[in-house]
Design a binder for this molecule. Structure first.
Ligand code: DON
Length: 569
């Protein structure tokens, strides 16, 4: 072979190598759309398959509540980190005439729960007991919630709404890279609390593009589709839950399943400038805290402020600090304790509380050195839907932490929540989100644990403008707050607002959390000089929101921080 021929030969091999390399380059299994504009309907969820299922329900003539029910079940299949039938959540519904309902399908403490159930004989909190395994599980509310919403507003049959999820569970879904990673990260925990961790654990680690089949879950979903509430809280599913509880020393009995009921509540309504804010009342702290945060902003001269400037972040963080102090003291399940909602939302009270906000916070010599980056999972999930008739639905639903308690109900193929950790196990001892609580949020049988979930709908002149919500534990409230401020005070478009770096302050710990690597170093230095203990951390929130322009055009914005996907028509 001549030199030239050899050269051509090597070039050919190199090209084949490149082509072969590209051909074998693993590809994410779904094309994910982050922003979409559509004239009449919109669905934004944490997963493209769930979004498409919601859209198809609307195209088949279902309304936004139908679509929300279908999406809730779909997320239980395609996004088991947070989507669930073994957890709970909140649904906010707003009708075109402005009337609205809030459905509370939050989990409850089991009948056998006690205020000291997570304490040892010395009165110390037993690490992880409220987080991992059977004792961490609250009585699930999601299936009752979906059936209750369906009874009142559903227009398509439950079978129709659940059918696509049954099919996906039976035939399997292709895992995205983040789903494969997250399942692998939870592998040891799944194995530690389950006799069989199938189908969440297989013999080898999961890879992107693997087929994830959930045969048992498909049968459980079939029972719910055919029998409604009784397909979960009675019959074979209930029996499997109770047997699994007994095996794992859990507290939930058939009585707990029989007595669980979701509750329609009056949504919390408030005003920020000319915007009507509809949000979740207690047992969420979200609506109260959000309205307090917004009220505190009413008089702030934002016209001269810039989004994400040192002074803007400082002022908002100082407001957050004060609002979260109230949360820790006063918020709990309204069916158990008197939550002074009116007093907390009193304009004079809020304004007076903000009067001592100054240019500086704590002395700079208390700024901690050697800042770590905490990694918390953001595994609740929120979805936003508007149908062609203008019915708007915001749902935030959760197992609490990533994959909940990691308990798989043996034989039934679904995960149980670890929502009990949202109670205050002991005054002064923080929960997984660093939140403190008082007696208002202490454990009692059948009581609902305080939540931060904040499904929210904003209207102007009687028309919906924004449907919004996010996961993020304690950071949910401040994330929703920032989206509202960014869009409605700083006039950013929704896509920009959803992408924008986020920050968070929750009173205790006395720390200003900011998203790692996303803030200008000068801004962080400016905040430190004002006395903030700035800690960079993993991403905050995964917002799935819809903006309605004055001409009625809908923009769906799905958070780039996850596999979230928007679609409309
Ligand atoms: O209800 C609550 O406030 C919590 N269980 C939400 C948990 C959550 O957002 C998990 N993601 N970080």
């Amino acid at each position: 072979m001549s030199n030239i021929t050899i050269y051509k030969y090597y070039v050919l091999i190199f090209i084949l190598f490149l082509v072969g390399g590209c051909a074998h380059q693993p590809q994410e299994p779904y094309a994910i759309v982050k922003t979409v504009i559509a004239p009449s309907a919109m669905v934004v969820t944490a997963h493209p398959l769930a979004t498409e299922i919601g859209v198809q329900v609307l195209k088949d003539g279902g309304n936004a509540v139908d679509a929300a029910i279908a999406v809730q079940f779909a997320l239980a299949v395609v996004y088991p980190n947070a989507g669930n039938i073994g957890g709970g959540g909140f649904m906010l519904v707003r009708h075109p005439d402005g009337s609205a309902q809030a459905l509370d399908f939050r989990e409850k403490a089991p009948l056998a729960a006690t205020s000291d159930m997570y304490l040892d004989s010395l009165g110390n909190v037993i690490p992880d007991m409220s987080i991992l395994g059977h004792r961490s599980i609250g009585v699930p509310g999601s299936v009752d919630g979906m059936c209750t919403a369906h009874d009142r507003f559903g227009s398509l049959s439950l079978q129709r709404l659940i059918a696509p999820s049954i099919k996906l569970a039976r035939e399997g879904i292709l895992l995205t890279s983040s789903e494969a990673n997250e399942l692998n990260l939870a592998r040891a925990a799944f194995l530690s609390v389950n006799p069989s961790a199938m189908p969440f654990v297989q013999s080898v680690e999961w890879q992107m593009g693997d087929l994830f089949v959930q045969e048992e879950l498909s049968v459980t979903l079939e029972r719910i589709a055919n029998k409604g509430r009784a397909g979960f809280y009675a019959g074979p599913t209930a029996r499997m839950i109770i047997e699994d509880q007994a095996r794992g020393n859990g507290l939930i009995t058939q009585d707990d399943l029989d007595t669980y009921q979701s509750v329609w509540r009056e949504p919390l309504r408030g005003w920020y400038k000319d915007l009507e804010i509809l949000s979740m009342p207690p047992p969420s702290s979200g609506g109260v805290a959000l309205l307090q945060l917004l009220e505190a902003m009413e008089d702030h001269p934002f016209e001269s402020a810039e989004v994400l400037s040192v002074s803007t972040i400082h002022y908002m963080a100082e407001v957050m600090r004060r609002v979260y102090a109230d949360r820790a003291e006063h918020l709990g399940d309204p069916d158990w304790v008197n939550v002074p909602v009116e007093n907390l939302l009193d304009t004079l009270y809020i304004r007076q509380r903000m009067l001592d906000i100054q240019a500086r916070t704590t002395p700079s010599d208390s700024i901690a050195a050697g800042v770590l980056i905490p990694h918390e999972s953001e595994q609740t999930t929120h979805f936003s839907i508007i149908d062609p008739q203008g019915l708007a639905v915001a749902v935030t639903t959760t197992l609490n932490l990533e994959f909940g308690s990691k308990v798989i109900v043996q034989g039934a193929g679904f995960l149980m929540n670890n929502e009990m950790d949202d109670f205050s196990a002991k005054p002064g001892v923080p929960n997984a989100f660093g939140l403190l609580g008082s007696t208002a949020n202490e454990i009692a049988p059948e009581k609902r644990m305080l939540s931060s979930m904040t499904p929210t709908i904003v209207a102007r002149d009687g028309q919906v403008r924004l449907v919004v919500g996010t996961p993020g534990g304690s950071k949910i409230i401040t994330t929703v707050f920032q989206i509202i401020m960014d869009v409605l005070t700083f006039d950013l478009d929704l896509e920009t607002a959803v992408d924008l770096p986020r920050f968070h302050h929750q009173w205790k710990p006395d720390t200003l959390f900011v998203e790692y690597g996303r803030f200008d170093p000068d801004t962080l230095e400016g905040l430190r000089q004002r006395g903030h203990q700035v800690v960079e951390r993993s991403p905050i929130g995964r917002v799935d929101a819809i903006w309605v322009a004055p001409n009625g055009a809908l923009t769906g914005a799905a958070d780039p921080r996850g596999d979230d996907h928007a679609a409309g028509f």
